[in-house]
Ligand binder design. Structure first.
Ligand SMILES: N[C@@H](CCC(=O)N[C@@H](CS)C(=O)NCC(=O)O)C(=O)O
Length: 339
């Protein structure tokens, strides 16, 4: 991957390589990873294993008080919100190296990309994905693991809330952060019912109507003057709107919503857009593995558990070696016991 581009006028920026705290499957993390790849920015990576509640650990809350991923640290700069992170990454590289993800707002392409980014950001993807796990009747070809069903997901959220409450007593300096998280998490649990999920799907459906019409305009423009690469959603460049759209579509495939939203010839332009973006190298590197449960969930969880139990394993090994050496000395001291 290319290194961080630091032109002379950007000399005041931290010189160290940014550190990204993220999770494999998370939609927002895919958005930031894809932006990093598009901008050719090298970064250090720290996976936070949300499924094992690593985001509740005090060290992480001191970096990200909301306990969510992604979070980015760049020298003294700390960023905790996806859109802000992407716009920051866009600022620390210049147009001379990579096109702007958010083109100049004075241009038609810039206005369109800002508009579609906001529209796509408003889709409640988290509720659709969790809801698809709970209400499989709303899905087709769902790729979520079968254990991620209603009972499992609800128990998991309840367990998370309990843990937050316990930790708020154990760490008085982070009490506010834990209680704030527990309120937000409880609200998520309440929204987890079939009608709310259907509403979220309907909102997504309406947004994709607009997207299909916008893609039709690009198609028309291209057909009337077919030169160079085919345009993306807002014009010639792959913008922040494409970051939000491509990752939304990828997440909908995982959730088993592809058939409903652009399957069987319905919305053909979105269908070919998704096929095209899947072939994009940056997307392959940063997002494709997000839908593979082994790479994005199981492997990081196993690594995390091994890391957590490492002190015990090392302690056990040290004790075993100690006992063996002790026994050897003991037996040497008692020659009659030697063979
Ligand atoms: N507003 C935040 C939201 C980030 C967010 O909700 N991240 C999810 C993963 S996509 C998360 O960390 N959830 C923690 C949890 O589920 O407890 C942003 O845009 O970055």
């Amino acid at each position: 991957m290319a290194s961080v581009h630091m032109p002379m006028s950007y000399a005041s920026l931290p010189t160290e390589v940014p550190m990204l705290y993220h999770e494999g499957a998370s939609l927002n993390c895919q958005r930031v990873r894809l932006s990093l790849a598009e901008k050719g920015i090298q970064y250090r990576s720290r996976i936070i294993v949300i499924h094992d509640f690593e985001h509740l650990e005090p060290w992480f809350l001191k970096i990200q008080p909301l306990g969510t991923v992604p979070a980015l640290k760049h020298g003294p700069i700390r960023m905790i919100e996806t859109e802000a992170i992407i716009l920051y990454l866009d600022q620390i590289t210049t147009h001379a190296f990579t096109p702007k993800l958010q083109p100049d707002l004075a241009t038609k392409e810039g206005q369109k990309s800002a508009y579609y980014q906001k529209l796509l950001k408003a889709v409640n993807v988290e509720l659709i994905v969790t809801g698809s796990g709970c209400f499989r009747n709303l899905t087709a070809n769902c790729q979520l693991p079968s254990f991620a069903n209603e009972t499992f997901l609800k128990n998991n959220i309840e367990e998370e809330v309990e843990k937050m409450k316990r930790l708020s007593n154990k760490h008085p300096d982070l009490r506010y952060e834990y209680l704030n998280m527990s309120e937000l998490t409880q609200a998520r649990l309440q929204a987890l019912n079939e009608p709310e999920v259907i509403d979220a799907l309907e909102q997504c459906n309406k947004t994709l109507n607009d997207v299909e019409s916008e893609l039709a305009k690009r198609e028309q423009e291209y057909n009337s003057n077919p030169s160079g690469e085919k345009p993306w959603l807002c014009g010639q460049n792959f913008t922040i709107a494409d970051i939000y759209l491509s990752t939304l579509l990828h997440r909908m495939v995982l959730a088993g919503q592809k058939e409903r939203l652009w399957g069987n010839g319905y919305r053909p332009l979105i269908a070919s857009y998704y096929e095209r973006v899947r072939r994009r190298t940056t997307f392959q590197e940063s997002c494709m593995w997000a839908n593979e449960v082994y790479s994005s969930v199981i492997l990081p969880m196993m690594t995390y558990k091994a890391r957590k139990s490492a002190p015990y394993v090392i302690g056990f090994a040290a004790a075993a070696i100690g006992i063996t050496i002790g026994a050897m000395i003991y037996y040497k001291g008692f020659p009659s016991l030697k063979r």
